[in-house]
Design a binder for this molecule. Structure first.
Ligand SMILES: Cc1cc2nc3c(=O)[nH]c(=O)nc-3n(C[C@H](O)[C@H](O)[C@H](O)COP(=O)(O)OP(=O)(O)OC[C@H]3O[C@@H](n4cnc5c(N)ncnc54)[C@H](O)[C@@H]3O)c2cc1C
Length: 422
């Protein structure tokens, strides 16, 4: 591609997280020779977040091992890392302003602002000892509190909460998980897999309290915390970790008048609405990662994904499209979660399934295939020990990605090799 660099406008990236960092790298690799300004509210260079609830808490990883790229690589690529919060964008003039008064004229712009932790609004939610978990700094503050014997109450039985529970157990903490719904991982995995995960945590000594929410947190004279549940029960804690999800960080987009949020039935899906090239409703402004509400590969609806794969792959497509490639984003969603010696993986959109076919693998591993009303494979959700499972899951993922027409009996029969169905 050839570019006109004379105007000295920057390629601007708002959010120096996973998607922002990967997009900056891709811009350079795709041939952009002008300035690239990667503006981020955190003081860190881009890093990967999955270890925050895993290795960084167990002590198996260090912060330096989470960097998206070695620090030298940003310098070598002449990518400017600007620490500061972007406050507003003028989509007409193609300028953006930082809270500290600096401003940039941009050629094209990527919004990769991720999400803000959803906060508890109950009394005591602001007390010392109550933690959220999104950033390296959050992990650095929480990790030292997870000593052997420490009592940890995790509020929220989703992926992050359960990974924190597993990490805290690995450190010898006494752990309780409080979940408002009737089961764990209610939002995104089949009930049977949720039940396996539940049983695993109980076997590992975690106390799981379902259908319960915290009503208040109070500090006792000895410094400990009392978490009062709506049932009136009290949980004793040294540390409370709140893992109740995120809200997409779409406030600048809203302030700029970009389309955010879409009504689906009775609900409104939040996020910055993009087309299949990941362009927002304003020409030249793109969005990628946790914040983007993008067209599903499986229908006419839009989805938002809070996953490593989504940030990684959307960043590349958005960056090339900032340079005029016009490439559609067609990836099938995929994520994993590590808990103890088990892994959970989901590929596709389980919510679209109307029929489930279970493939029982050896070693307590299972894959649940979801078919839509037309019999098309729309998701594969698996849970198991890494041995054997990872390979089977890779093939299951390929079946979903390639939309292979499948025969239910073969899918269910572990003696039929998934490879033979591809
Ligand atoms: C604890 C944890 C564990 C995870 N584990 C897994 C896992 O096991 N598997 C998996 O698939 N996914 C996992 N994920 C999800 C994955 O890490 C995220 O989906 C991914 O980081 C999203 O990347 P992003 O670039 O969209 O957002 P982020 O990485 O959150 O980056 C957004 C950045 O934008 C900045 N920003 C926001 N607003 C502004 C502004 N106005 N001006 C400047 N900067 C701004 C923020 O400070 C932030 O640094 C995990 C996430 C977390 C938090």
């Amino acid at each position: 591609m050839t570019f006109d660099h004379a105007r000295d406008r920057v390629m601007a990236i708002v959010g120096a997280g996973h998607a922002g960092g990967r997009a900056a790298q891709t811009l350079r690799e795709a041939g952009w020779k002008g300035r690239i300004a990667m503006i981020g509210a955190e003081r860190h260079l881009p890093y990967e977040r999955p270890p925050i609830s895993k290795g960084l808490l167990t002590g198996e990883r260090e912060a330096q091992q989470c960097h998206l790229r070695p620090h030298d690589a940003w310098r070598a690529d002449d990518i400017e890392h600007i620490v500061g919060a972007v406050r507003s964008i003028d989509a007409h003039e193609r300028t953006l302003q930082l809270a500290d008064g600096r401003s940039f004229a941009y050629e094209a712009l990527l919004l990769a602002t991720g999400g803000h932790l959803r906060r508890l609004t109950i009394p005591g939610a602001q007390l010392d000892g109550v933690f959220g978990l999104r950033t390296l700094d959050d992990a650095a503050a929480l990790a030292p509190r997870l000593g052997a014997g420490a009592r940890v109450v995790v509020i929220g039985g989703g992926f992050i909460g359960l990974e924190v529970a597993a990490s805290a157990r690995a450190r010898g903490c006494e752990v309780s998980v409080v979940e408002g719904a009737a089961r764990l991982l209610g939002r995104c995995v089949p009930a049977e897999i949720g039940a396996h995960v539940h049983a695993l945590h109980e076997r590992q000594g975690v106390r799981v309290v379902l259908n319960a929410s915290a009503r208040a947190i109070a500090q006792r004279d000895d410094g400990r915390l009392d978490v009062t549940l709506d049932s009136g029960d009290l949980l004793d804690a040294d540390t409370v970790v709140v893992g109740i999800g995120i809200e997409p960080a779409d406030e600048i987009a809203r302030g700029t008048g970009l389309q955010t949020g879409l009504r689906t039935g009775l609900e409104t899906a939040r996020g910055i609405v993009v087309d299949e090239t990941l362009q927002t409703s304003a020409p030249g402004i793109y969005a990628a990662g946790d914040v983007a509400l993008f067209p599903s590969r499986f229908g006419t609806h839009h989805i938002r994904q809070e996953t490593w794969h989504n940030a990684e792959t959307q960043a590349g497509v958005a960056a090339r499209n900032m340079l005029g490639a016009g490439e559609p984003y067609r990836d099938v969603p995929w994520f994993w979660s590590d808990q103890y010696d088990r892994q959970l993986q989901v590929s596709g959109e389980p919510a679209l399934g109307v029929r489930t076919i279970v493939r029982d693998l050896s070693g307590e591993s299972q894959i649940h295939f979801a078919l839509d009303g037309a019999g098309q494979l729309v998701a594969a959700s698996g849970f198991g020990t890494l041995q054997g499972f990872a390979k089977e899951m890779r093939l299951a993922r390929m079946l979903v990605e390639r939309a292979v027409p499948v025969d239910a009996q073969s899918l269910a029969n572990p003696d039929v090799k998934l490879k033979s169905l591809l």
